[in-house]
Design a protein around this ligand. Structure first.
Ligand code: SF4
Ligand code: FES
Length: 366
């Protein structure tokens, strides 16, 4: 990279120098903040990603120093490389903001508005995008798409109606696992993510499709319907793993681990691990290690303060000492109600996080 000549590019009136061959999007990410266009399909850690969703559109108001003509149409910043002296407008261009609102409307044509029951709510990129760039109403009057249910196995849940066909999960399966068994079938509005003759996805690293999916189309079956993400507390933790880097985020409530994911960076992408490679995690760390004792806890994760997840506050990761019986000189409190004794459904010994699926009434009736 050091032999590459440096090109000057100005994005939203901020000029930086980046190596030739850098895309407008990567240059904008170097500046950071709102100058970086939103992305729904581009993922810097996946080769070939980008160019599908058009959320990263920008206006090129000056092509280059040699040829200063503006580009006639808005361009996808994740797929357009910079030229020396290029000038780009993102949030300073009303045209871009208008087009982006159109793209959001387009992405939402078929996407159900089921955020209140979707496990991705609170960390969904489409939810954020619609709040930041969307319109209040849709002009679409037709029925949204429906699909036959496809079972992707015992760990990953597919909701095809929520899929925006970004292809990230297909690239993940292609580039991380030994054997891709799913892809996008059919064309046009019939396109859908499906497994080849309903094969289950059983590869060791396939769980990473959950982390790259920008919407709630692929979710973790072991976490499904167990908790809202903003009630859980993300904690950085690691373990010695012979398959992956073993560096994860535990999503805890009290001292129960509800979910394990890879760590994410400020762009919502899987972070680099301390060993320098991308911190993809294996299925064993993700789905099978749901006890605090499986992990070495490092401390609370850094969460962007604008995220709804940061609204919950840490009250300490250890259970406080039980002081009531001390105060009452060893006697149990009589006037306080133990909800487990009076409730038909709240059984003390049921650890929701250890159930490998959503909780069911049968769990409480046993
Ligand atoms: S399932 Fe998710 S990651 Fe895969 S194409 Fe659809 S939106 Fe993208
Ligand atoms: S992020 Fe550039 S087209 Fe999707």
């Amino acid at each position: 990279m050091s032999e590459q000549p440096l090109f000057k590019v100005t994005i939203d009136n901020i000029t930086i120098e980046v190596p030739a061959g850098t895309t407008i999007l990567e240059a904008a990410r170097k500046i950071g903040g709102e100058v970086a266009p939103p992305t729904m399909c581009y993922y810097s850690k996946l080769k070939g990603s980008g160019g599908k969703c058009r959320t990263c559109l920008v206006e090129v108001s000056k092509g280059s120093e040699k040829d200063p003509r503006p580009m006639p149409k808005l361009v996808a910043s994740c797929r357009t490389t910079i030229m020396d002296g290029m000038e780009v407008k993102n949030i300073t261009s009303p045209k871009v903001l208008d087009a982006r609102a159109g793209v959001v409307e387009f992405l939402l044509l078929n996407h159900p508005l089921d955020c209140p029951i979707c496990d991705q709510a609170g960390e969904c990129h489409l939810q954020d995008l619609s709040y930041e760039h969307g319109k209040e109403k849709t002009r679409y009057e037709f029925q949204k798409r429906v699909f036959h249910k496809v079972d992707l196995g015992d760990k990953i849940q597919l909701h095809m109606t929520r899929c925006i066909l970004c292809y990230r999960c297909v690239f993940t399966a292609d580039q991380l696992t030994t054997n891709r068994e799913h892809g996008i079938l059919d064309r046009g509005d019939h396109s859908q993510i499906a497994t080849f003759i309903q094969k289950n996805l059983q590869n060791d690293f396939i769980g990473n499709v959950i982390d790259v999916c920008p919407v709630g189309a692929l979710t973790d079956k072991t976490f499904r319907f167990k908790n809202r993400v903003w009630f859980t507390k993300p904690v950085d933790a690691h373990r010695d793993c012979d398959k992956c880097c073993g560096e994860v985020q535990l999503w805890m409530r009290g001292d129960e681990v509800y979910r394990v994911t890879a760590r994410k960076d400020e762009w919502g992408e899987v972070k680099e691990s301390s060993k320098g490679s991308t911190g993809w995690i294996c299925n064993e760390c993700r789905f099978d290690k749901k006890k605090v004792s499986d992990w070495i806890i490092e401390g609370p994760s850094n969460i962007n303060r604008h995220s709804v997840i940061s609204q919950g506050h840490y009250v300490g990761l250890k259970k406080p000492n039980e002081t009531l019986s001390k105060v009452m000189q060893g006697r149990d409190p009589k006037l306080l109600m133990n909800i487990h004794e009076v409730s038909e459904v709240n059984k003390e010994n049921i650890q929701l996080s250890l159930l490998e699926r959503p909780a069911h009434s049968n769990d409480f009736n046993q």
